[in-house]
Design a protein around this ligand. Sequence first.
Ligand code: F6P
Length: 554
Amino acid sequence: MTHYTHPQDAAQHTAWQQLIQQRETMQNFRMQDAFAADPQRFQRFSLNHDGLLLDFSKNLLDDTTLDLLMQLAEQSQLQAAIQALFNGDPVNASEQRPALHTALRRPIGDSLVIDGEDLIPQIHDVLNTMTEMVNRIHNGLWRGYSEKPITDIVNIGIGGSFLGPQLVSEALLPFAQQGVHCHFLANIDGSEFHELSSSLDAQTTLFIVSSKSFNTLETLKNAQAARSWYLAQGGTEACVDRHFIAVSSNVSAAIKFGIAPENILPIWDWVGGRYSLWSAIGLPIALSIGMSNFKELLAGAWGMDQHFQEAPFAENMPVILAMLGIWYSDFWDAQSHAILPYDHYLRNFTQHLQQLDMESNGKHVRQDGTPLSYNSGSVIWGGVGCNGQHAYHQLLHQGTLMVPADFIVPVVSHNQIADHHQWLYANCLSQSQALMQGKSHAQAAQELRDQGLEESEVQRLAPHKEIPGNRPSNTLVLERVCPRRLGALIALYEHKVFVQSVVWGTNAFDQWGVELGKILGEDVYQRLTKQAPSSETDASTQGLINFFRNRHRG
Ligand code: F6P
């Protein structure tokens, strides 16, 4: 067994105890004063890697704090943990398996031997199969039951079998190949199915049933509905293999469902769902942007993997982001973290990070089962700017909670309309500036006096116009949203999440909490549909069951 099963309680590290003291010392730290005192602050607290710039200078951070955070990373044996992750050690202790999404990004010719088998050739075999499929579809050689070429792809999958592929396909729309449109069907809600299917032609639609387990209720129900819809629209049983493919590690279940064996792309049990977009689960991405762009995405992620393994902690983007997150959640009691992309194409980034971060770091015990005495993962939320500025940014500026934020923005827009991009970029920067600067009571009062208001009115209004400021944020600037930079950006957050789990001593790669809801869902369904007696549940659930039943009576 590796040290993963016996992680140290993070609060026992000397650096943790020193950070408690440091938090007290920093009580009156003002970022603006720090900038005034150090003209080099931006240079000292920013990093560049392969077209990504991370500015972390607008944080409640000084040299001592940074040093202590890096010491905490050292004392958590982070370097050994990173090597264990990349080497394929069983970092997922509760499921006794490795988490090898990084292997999916390794270039051909590399080697990674696990249990006597080199994984890299297997991974590239699957990439070759994907290439063949993508080429046949793009070249109009893959034909539907009426011999027409495929024009629409529907990815049926949920969680990691949806969010990552959707994020990337939509983010890289400027790179989309002509002739094929990708759609996503995730929820069990019939309305989602109805709205999508009514816009499709069964003759030219190909469904990808994307489920690592091939055992996920929402996905199986939607796959069955898609099959019935296809048959009802005129498709034949004999041609099901022209319209249904699957990506799964449960080949027998996929075959039982009716997918032709040659149409099943594998995924390995060492790829976690929320880390799977780099595998054949990324097929809709490849279909949308083409295989060479998909490989660029992998290359960008692999570049970040190398940076993560090699850069000293104080110059390591994932480590910096992770340790700042721990600084706020465990020492400043921040309970949430906002992700604010200023780019239409990155509008789904926050949702992907919600699953990546909250399913990975939403844990209450360490790898050895002992309870945490400190906070683990934060609530990840947010959305695209400037829209958020006219909605929830008010709370960021004047609410009582501290909400650290990550601003993400490209330098170059794919669609330059007049000076819109200059305005978008300016708004992104001015929001982080406003969060830092705020407006003092004296400034607010002076502004009101300058407007000629009576002193009593000045005193009445000034508290409302005062903005605390000194609120922390990171800014990530991409050269532009392209496959390589996006690959690096997603990998950056994957590694951030991993670093945090190492310090907290938790398992970033299991998700047992999700299971209880699935089991109870089955039970409630049985009661709702009267296949089980209704009297053995709590009164609230029973009351809600009765309300549903009464509406559907007769
Ligand atoms: O929601 C739990 C979960 O297990 C996720 O971790 C996963 O990404 C999703 O369900 C879908 O799982 P599958 O690909 O097996 O259908």
